[in-house]
Design a protein around this ligand. Structure first.
Ligand code: AMO
Length: 449
């Protein structure tokens, strides 16, 4: 838009006539004057329409919240007593000279103001398009933007190469039934649950690789921390000495993300009343058996011998580690080999346990990863034991036929991290357009779509 200046730049134009454009965020009538807080993507400013500007004041009487306006006005300094220190444009006010209405808005279905906004998640999602204008909702996605950006930044700083993973695959990599089948020209294909096999292939050529891409999980249950479509932040690295190299890279990645969020989103954290989790110098690492023993000792709940953790174990171990070390984070390793996907590396000393790991924080899993099998013959053995069809993963297996260094990698879900950093109650708040068992934008009706 020609001549328009952004609201954040009003302060550089005191005494001048300017054009701004945006939405009506707040409207107040005071005697014969009308006040608007106008909002554009850079901030808000108070605008006053005086009765002396006859045409503008007549228009102002009709104008309601969320109307889109272009305004010409003069930027005035506020009288000393009206200055709001520490607020963007708190020292100035736009005296409106003329108004052009660019678009009208229907009456709002609920209170959108900063103080009054308070919706349950269902109402929020049912009104997503409108709600995305609310600063607290925007703050969540600004934090998410930093999470994704800083993952990418950290990877590049550490010589990882970014590749684009496919979303349609001929086979199920992670195992289990949580996969969407696609009718692909009358043949069976799947939406990828993870770029796992592809990142390993690309690693075998490029050494250090990462991807930021959508993955799909046909989660059959409706929980507050699972979605069916997520943004997966994936890394894979060759030439490791041990699985702990992968753990350390994962830890430093998360540390970098937290630091960037602290630096770039302090204003958003404040708005959402969020405190970042504590990552101490060396995040504690415990085996599955260690944590089961600790849970037994502390809470008397005997989960020793269980093959995986359940949500209560995850809450309790985070509580124990926090109390013992001050860390909000804990790595867990040493899961039973047969309980994890075929590509995970079994421990040399105790092959019934593997070198896969999870990173937990605030009672929830943030990240999974570990060392992978890089020996072709061992991989083929696992393919057989796991009853995989080698023809369906031929391309993956081929890479390992031709020499692959010791390697490993990890993945984090962007929505899960955002939810956990901000301590949101429901992961749906951390996805702009969440997909779950019951919703694709609208709630699915009984017949489905
Ligand atoms: P995993 O299946 O544990 O590992 O997924 C990695 C991370 O992705 C996130 N996540 C989810 N977030 C929301 N809804 C879901 N349904 C969901 N499922 C997973 C979590 C989780 O920690 N291939 C391995 C990774 C690897 O070994 O490199 C994998 O996919 O943050």
């Amino acid at each position: 838009m020609k001549n328009r200046i952004y609201i954040k730049d009003l302060k550089n134009n005191i005494g001048k006539e300017v054009v701004i454009a945006g939405w009506v965020d707040v409207r107040r009538d005071q005697g014969k004057m009308v006040f608007f807080d106008m909002r554009d993507m850079t901030g808000k400013a108070q605008c006053v329409v005086l009765p002396s500007h006859a045409e503008a004041i007549e228009q102002a009487k009709e104008i309601r919240l969320e109307w889109v306006l272009k305004m010409t006005g003069k930027v005035n300094k506020r009288p000393e007593k009206n200055i709001k220190a520490g607020v963007l444009n708190g020292e100035l006010e736009l005296e409106v000279l003329s108004i052009e209405v660019l678009s009208q808005a229907a009456p709002l279905p609920f209170d959108m103001s900063l103080e009054g906004y308070n919706l349950d998640i269902t109402t929020e999602l049912n009104n997503r398009a409108l709600v995305l204008r609310q600063p607290k909702v925007q703050a969540i996605f600004k934090v998410q933007e930093t999470v994704i950006d800083s993952f990418r930044e950290f990877m590049k700083k550490n010589m990882f190469f970014e590749f684009q993973a496919p979303s349609i695959a001929p086979a199920v990599a992670e195992g289990g039934s949580e996969v969407f089948q696609v009718n692909y020209f009358n043949k069976k294909a799947y939406l990828t649950q993870s770029p796992q096999l592809y990142k390993q292939i690309v690693m075998s050529a490029f050494e250090r690789v990462f991807s930021v891409n959508k993955v799909f999980r046909a989660e059959p249950s409706s929980t507050t921390r699972h979605l069916t479509e997520i943004v997966s932040l994936d890394a894979e690295m060759g030439f490791i000495d041990a699985w702990t190299d992968v753990r350390d890279m994962a830890e430093e990645t998360v540390r970098y993300i937290l630091k960037q969020v602290q630096e770039k989103n302090s204003e958003h954290l404040k708005l959402l009343n969020a405190t970042l989790p504590v990552m101490i110098d060396k995040t504690p690492t415990l085996s599955l058996r260690d944590i089961q023993q600790k849970i037994f000792e502390k809470f008397g709940r005997d989960v020793r011998g269980e093959k995986d953790t359940n949500p209560e174990d995850e809450r309790q171990i985070c509580e124990i580690v926090k109390e013992e070390t001050g860390s909000d984070f804990v790595f867990i390793y040493g899961y039973p080999t047969r309980k994890k996907p075929f590509y995970v590396y079994p421990s040399q000393e105790e092959p019934e346990y593997n070198e896969g790991m999870d990173l937990l924080c605030r009672g929830v899993e943030w990240l999974s990863g570990g060392r992978r099998i890089n020996d072709y013959n061992q991989l083929m053995k696992h393919v057989e034991i796991w009853k995989m069809d080698p023809n369906k993963i031929k391309m993956f297996l081929e890479a390992f036929k031709y020499g692959v260094p010791p390697e490993g990698g990890f993945a984090l879900g962007a929505e899960r991290i955002t939810m956990q950093i901000l301590e949101l109650k429901n992961i749906r708040e951390a996805s702009m357009f969440p997909r779950d068992m019951n919703r694709i934008d609208d709630r699915l009706n009984d017949e489905g779509y």
